[in-house]
Design a protein around this ligand. Structure first.
Ligand SMILES: C[S@@+](CC[C@H](N)C(=O)[O-])C[C@H]1O[C@@H](n2cnc3c(N)ncnc32)[C@H](O)[C@@H]1O
Length: 311
């Protein structure tokens, strides 16, 4: 009996220490500079790229079940968003801005399969360097370090704006939306995807949900989440969208990605093992956040918003 109690005590202590380390090493948002440092570090240690490939976004699973490969699902996601938003109607050579482009996964597909002339911007210099390394010569993709809150382009510079899973890192969603719509030409296409919370005003979170949301914000440099409805309204009131914004919730299609991203480490163990023991610890460190994300999206506390409009 005493032995059992002692083992239980050790287990509790072990999980307590782990949770303290997890919370102490959280990546809280302070400014866009903290986002840049986090992505620089994620790019330099190569772990994210080895596991998630060149796309730092969720995949699209057509039936909402795990029925395609993790990386295939990410490529499918790009094609689905292109189709849904009507970007495939753009003539070849049209100019598109990829806001928060990561290491250029979407940008290269937009250039290669749809013949678009892509400019990708990210706040992380490390990502720009890697995006350039991964882009074959001759592909129409140009990558720049730039803050999405202060785009250095003239009004109406682009025929289309694309942004996938970047908005949750933006402190001021109105500025984020206004900058994108300012640089979109009249009649151009907007295609966005982002992580949103449910409408917390009309459906306030329980104490437990508040704790979960706090971790989802603090673990991966998110300043705040808006609901799909709130962000659609932010886009709609901008004169350049003329109130024609359409949104949808792709929770069902994207949700299998969460557990699939954990299994990816088991399916391709060499991807992590070859980076050394620290990489194993770093990847295990992300598992609680992934489990919480999965729970929050599955329960509807979080929602995967997609948005489209013609400028
Ligand atoms: C989850 S990643 C998505 C990357 C890419 N869209 C993809 O799907 O692979 C978020 C991206 O947003 C970028 N980002 C965050 N805040 C930014 C800001 N203020 N200005 C520009 N890029 C930003 C990050 O650097 C990162 O590239």
């Amino acid at each position: 009996m005493l032995e059992l109690l002692f083992t239980f005590f050790l287990l509790v202590l072990f999980f307590l220490v782990l949770s303290i380390i997890w919370r102490k090493s959280a990546r809280k948002y302070i400014s866009s500079g903290t986002v840049a440092s986090a992505y620089d570090a994620w790019t330099q240690d190569k772990l994210l790229e080895r596991l998630w490939g060149e796309h730092i976004h969720l995949g699209f699973y057509p039936s909402g079940k795990k029925n395609i490969d993790f990386r295939e699902a990410k490529i499918q996601f790009v094609h689905e968003l292109v189709k849904w938003s009507g970007l495939d109607k753009l003539p070849k050579g049209s100019r598109i801005l990829d806001v928060g482009c990561g290491i250029g996964g979407s940008s290269r597909i937009l250039a290669k399969y749809y013949g678009l002339n892509v400019t990708g911007i990210t706040i992380s210099p490390g990502q720009v360097k890697r995006a350039r390394e991964l882009t074959p010569l001759g592909l129409n993709c140009n990558f720049l370090v730039m803050d999405a809150m202060n785009l250095k382009f003239d009004d109406g510079s682009f025929d289309a704006i694309w942004s996938v899973e970047a908005g949750a890192h933006m402190n001021d969603k109105t500025k984020f939306a206004d900058e994108m719509l300012r640089t979109l030409r009249p009649g151009g296409y907007l295609a966005l995807a982002d992580w949103n919370s449910r409408d917390l005003r009309s459906n306030p979170p329980s104490l437990f949900e508040k704790l979960v949301l706090k971790q989802l914000l603090e673990q991966w440099v998110h300043p705040n989440f808006t609901s799909i409805k709130e962000f659609r309204n932010i886009l709609s009131v901008n004169k350049n969208s003329a109130g024609k914004v359409i949104s949808d919730n792709w929770n069902t299609y994207t949700n299998p990605s969460w557990y699939d991203s954990i299994f990816e480490g088991i399916r391709r163990p060499f991807a992590i093992l070859s980076l050394g023991p620290l990489a194993i610890l770093k990847s295990v460190r992300e598992i609680p956040t992934i489990i919480l994300m999965n729970w929050a999206f599955r329960k509807g506390l979080m929602e995967f918003g997609v948005y489209k409009c013609r400028g």
